[in-house]
Design a protein around this ligand. Structure first.
Ligand SMILES: Cc1cc2nc3c(=O)[nH]c(=O)nc-3n(C[C@H](O)[C@H](O)[C@H](O)COP(=O)(O)OP(=O)(O)OC[C@H]3O[C@@H](n4cnc5c(N)ncnc54)[C@H](O)[C@@H]3O)c2cc1C
Ligand code: SF4
Length: 476
């Protein structure tokens, strides 16, 4: 245990952030690090619980949280890094963008602020990079087996690293021009700088992973033919089918999907040129973001940095409770009102709103017409809504960004040609070994779970890699 009285002596200290007036002019990361001695004190708050709910319930990866807290408190940073890498291939990713399910599951969170677990994770791994403790870890022998991974998000990357370290020849295919999935194209640079991904890719290259961007498997190469070249194939193609807004005016210019908007900004930050006719910009515009979740929040921060005149975010569901929600008691992930760094930068937030129509002038969006909803909870616990009579209103809109989430995995030629079964929600069905209805074809990440989190994708990628390795090892 770090320090038996630590949680009584020290208050939680959050990492510093760049000030709002400074950060809204660029896409540089917002969060900074604590001084190492301050972080060691934060680690001292860990009580080394008999049942560490942070590890056993909260963290999908099962990170060995109390153990690395103890090591950090004792200044054994390198040993903490080794422990962290035992369960997580990319702590620098989860340390930046994970919502920290471990922290809301921390025992301290029952009646005080939890241990700052995510920050401890981040600073352990960042110190590892700084000190040169993180180096390639190539396999000591080669199996001669060839594995293909399709899709280079966190699930595909984690699986690729695990399989390469098992000695398999791993090729990772990606239809985009750069590797990284939503980490690269989707998540704004101010949350996750892309050099963080590149640094890990260099390590993976040195471990023997072959990256093949610009290849859409199923389109550029017919899937059955592609599979013949490999001993096993893992699909980590994500759940990119966006929920649509089916209202009149959706087709107007200036109404677009959040991912198109966010991806374009990631590309601009990477130095790509976007032609003026294709550029989706919020500059000097009244922006309405439809969808109150994290993707919507990313649209707000990006719009503000592009120089939007005003941003409004609307959400169909009612405003969540503040502080605590009896429906999601500890250690569950609390469904409560959350205010992101983007919200703090300035926007209006409206809840219980349904969009009725988008109107425009000469083909360009001008307003979003909406109505207020009255939500009521039925005796069986279900929520239903009614439109409030006479509550119609309109919002001025030069840009409408649709961020209503994602429904399921793509059902394109890759899935069709390989005759992969789908589950009831439209994701790709796998058995307990992550294998699909087609032998030798595995799936991991959002493509099989539906839209989720980077930490879960890494976890599922690691698990699938274990089963794929066992499959390849048969008869070896
Ligand atoms: C805007 C946004 C912000 C988010 N923010 C967070 C966050 O802050 N924290 C968090 O934990 N999670 C966040 N998420 C969720 C998280 O990014 C995903 O859960 C995670 O990336 C899923 O990983 P994956 O590897 O399964 O798939 P993805 O990251 O979706 O990667 C799939 C990849 O497969 C490629 N692909 C698809 N089909 C083919 C094909 N036929 N051939 C070749 N390549 C193909 C795609 O181009 C894509 O690059 C966010 C999601 C979005 C959309
Ligand atoms: S639940 Fe919190 S206090 Fe308990 S071991 Fe985990 S981090 Fe430490």
């Amino acid at each position: 245990m770090a320090k038996p009285t630590g949680f009584l002596e020290y208050a939680r200290q959050n990492p510093p952030q760049r000030s709002i007036p400074e950060r809204i002019h660029d896409f540089i990361e917002i969060d900074k690090c604590l001084d190492p001695d301050q972080l060691e004190i934060q680690a001292a708050r860990c009580m080394d619980c008999g049942v560490p709910t942070c590890h056993a319930y909260g963290c999908p990866l099962g990170n060995l949280i109390p153990d690395f807290n103890d090591l950090v408190y004792k200044k054994k940073w390198r040993a903490a890094l080794e422990l962290l890498h035992k369960t997580n291939n990319f702590p620098e990713i989860t340390g930046r963008i994970c919502p920290a399910l471990c922290e809301t599951a921390c025992t301290l969170y029952i009646n005080q602020e939890p241990v700052t677990i995510r920050q401890i994770e981040l600073q352990i791994v960042e110190r590892g990079w700084e000190q040169g403790w993180i180096s390639p870890w190539p396999a000591t022998f080669k199996t001669g087996k060839k594995a293909a991974i399709i899709g280079s998000g966190p699930a595909g990357l984690a699986a690729a690293q695990q399989l390469a370290r098992q000695g398999h020849k791993v090729t990772l295919f990606e239809k985009s021009d750069r590797i990284g999935g939503i980490l690269r194209y989707g998540i704004p640079d101010y949350k996750l700088a892309k050099r963080v991904i590149d640094r890990r890719l260099e390590q993976m290259l040195a471990e023997g992973v072959i990256f093949q961007p610009h290849v859409e498997v199923g389109k550029d190469i017919p899937a059955p033919e592609f599979c013949k070249d490999f001993d096993a194939v893992l699909l980590t193609t994500g759940a990119s089918v966006a929920r649509e807004l089916e209202v009149p005016g959706r087709e107007l210019s200036g109404t677009c999907l959040a991912m198109d908007f966010l991806t374009q900004q990631n590309k601009v930050n990477a130095g790509d040129e976007i032609s003026p006719s294709e550029r989706i910009s919020a500059q000097d515009k009244h922006v309405v973001v439809v969808g109150g979740g994290d993707t919507g929040s990313d649209c707000i921060g990006t719009s503000i940095r592009q120089g939007a005149r005003h941003v409004t975010q609307i959400e169909l569901l009612p405003k969540p409770l503040e502080g605590q929600n009896p429906d999601t008691p500890w250690p569950m992930w609390p469904v409560i009102l959350r205010t992101s760094t983007s919200h703090q930068e300035g926007c209006d937030r409206l809840w219980s709103i349904a969009t009725k129509q988008i109107t425009g002038v000469r083909g360009k969006v001008k307003t979003l017409q909406a109505v207020k909803l009255d939500w009521t909870r039925q005796d069986d616990g279900r929520w239903t809504f009614k439109e409030i009579p006479g509550s119609k209103f309109e919002l001025k809109a030069d840009l409408v960004l649709l961020a209503m989430g994602f429904v399921h995995a793509e059902h394109g030629s890759l899935v069709e040609d390989l005759k992969l079964e789908k589950d009831q929600r439209g994701n790709i069905k796998v058995n307990e070994n992550f294998m699909t209805s087609t032998s030798g074809v595995f799936v991991a990440g959002d493509a099989e779970t539906g839209p989720s989190l980077a930490v879960r994708a890494i976890h599922r990628g690691r698990l699938a890699a274990g089963h794929l390795d066992a499959f390849l090892s048969k008869g070896r």
